[in-house]
Ligand binder design. Structure first.
Ligand code: V47
Ligand code: SF4
Length: 389
């Protein structure tokens, strides 16, 4: 039998080992055989993994897939966030962050100048991306954000501009009387290069109606991403899990993304987001355990066969859980993020001031036996940290 977890530059788990477990049911063994053979698993098989897969088995299978794709490389990028406002016209029940317009005195609204000052704070620093995302403010319109994008681009042309969830875009374009394609073209002309993955939540219509009834629907979210891909932009995809959804809803969500990725190839990565229950209208819903988190990451890695990258967003999970996910299929830890992102700290996440230096992040990845690699937004490798630096 081959060794199990010694060298992450090669596949770490022997297929023989996966088949040798005596307590593994035949259906799980059949799924493992497909995955090892590079074949896609079905929706039904995805649900079986949730129902019957134990943590160790799922972890080994997911690690096998991640090692085949990336060796032992774990990516991060140097980015910072701008959150223009937390004033929002929508009323998602899981959101701890937003404030209604009539209560805007409790929230924040940044002016163009204030946002440019944030960008200027990073002058001379080796950041490659700015991530812009916030609430849906009724007075911050398409024109305002196009002006923001062009001014950031004029100030620092090399900075990759990733911004605005499908929720924000849908609202802005409808208000401006533009189609999705017209609106996206305008933003692209102003400098927008990629879209983040927020606002996807759970695509199942009944669950969506329960947790976020008034914002863009599932078909609308998928259409905005598909249109962006057709215009040559890359985007991310998220899934909010661990609230009222069941296993079938999770797999349905991943399957709709997998189908769109088959058509366009435009998604960069998949980012599961764990529901946090601090101070929101779903605070009565218990958070899921770390075991559930790790299983979810592993199953995502196994099921999403046409997504190259699986990201764990460490400010929300906490750095130790994020480190653990590296043994469960994750190959990306987002970035060195400065402390300007509030969406999770306000929902009770461990990381109240989420910032990590490059060396902190590299140490965390090295300690898990992997190789840290700085990437740009499009996953081009910028620097491999071999450990000798
Ligand atoms: O859509 C809101 C989630 C998302 C809570 O693309 C919550 O690189 C947990 O999408 N508990 C916005 N999650 C953030 C987002 C994101 C984050 C990091 C990287 C990228 C990327 C995108 O935050 C929302 C929603 O799903 N969210 N409230 C909560 N209480
Ligand atoms: Fe608004 Fe986004 Fe919060 Fe929903 S999750 S209320 S769209 S800020």
């Amino acid at each position: 039998m081959m060794t199990t977890r010694s060298n992450h530059t090669e596949n770490t788990v022997s297929p023989d080992l996966l088949f040798s477990f005596s307590n593994i049911s035949d259906d799980l063994k059949a799924i493992a055989a497909k995955v090892i053979g590079g074949k896609r698993i079905s929706v039904e098989e995805g649900i079986v993994l949730f129902e019957k897969g134990d943590l160790g088995y799922l972890g080994m299978l997911a690690d096998f897939v991640a090692a085949r794709l990336h060796g032992g490389k774990v990516y991060f990028n140097r980015n910072f966030h701008i959150e223009p406002t937390n004033v929002c016209v929508f009323t998602c029940n899981f959101c701890s962050y937003s404030r209604q317009y009539k209560h805007r005195d409790d929230g924040w609204e940044l002016s163009l100048e204030q946002m440019l000052d944030i960008v200027k704070k990073y002058d001379g620093q080796p950041v490659t991306e700015v991530h812009i995302v916030g609430g849906v403010h009724p007075k911050m319109n398409l024109e305002f954000f196009c002006e923001l994008l062009s001014r950031i681009h004029a100030h620092r042309p090399g900075l990759h501009l990733k911004g605005f969830t499908a929720v924000e875009l849908d609202y802005m374009f409808r208000k401006a009387g533009l189609t999705t394609e017209q609106g996206l073209r305008k933003m692209q002309e102003a400098g927008l290069q990629s879209l983040p993955g927020g606002g996807a939540e759970i695509f199942d219509e009944a669950v969506r109606n329960e947790i976020c009834p008034d914002k863009v629907d599932s078909a609308g979210w998928l259409n905005i991403h598909e249109t962006a891909h057709k215009l040559g932009m890359h985007t991310n995809a998220t899934m909010l899990y661990g609230h009222v959804e069941n296993y079938a809803h999770r797999i349905d969500h991943m399957n709709r993304l997998r189908e769109l990725q088959d058509r366009t190839g435009g998604f960069n990565c998949f980012i599961p987001l764990k529901f946090r229950n601090g101070d929101n209208d779903m605070s009565h819903v218990n958070e899921v355990s770390i075991i559930e988190d790790l299983k979810l990451y592993a199953i995502s890695r196994i099921f999403m066969d046409n997504f190259r990258n699986l990201k764990a967003y460490w400010p929300m999970l906490g750095r130790q859980t994020a480190q653990l996910t590296l043994a469960f299929g994750v190959n990306d830890l987002d970035g060195t993020i400065d402390d300007t992102t509030k969406i999770y700290s306000m929902a009770g996440a461990e990381e109240q001031n989420p910032s990590m230096s490059t060396s902190d992040l590299c140490n965390l990845i090295h300690a898990a036996g992997r190789t840290p690699v700085e990437r740009d937004t499009l996953y081009n490798e910028l620097h491999v940290f071999s450990g000798a630096e």
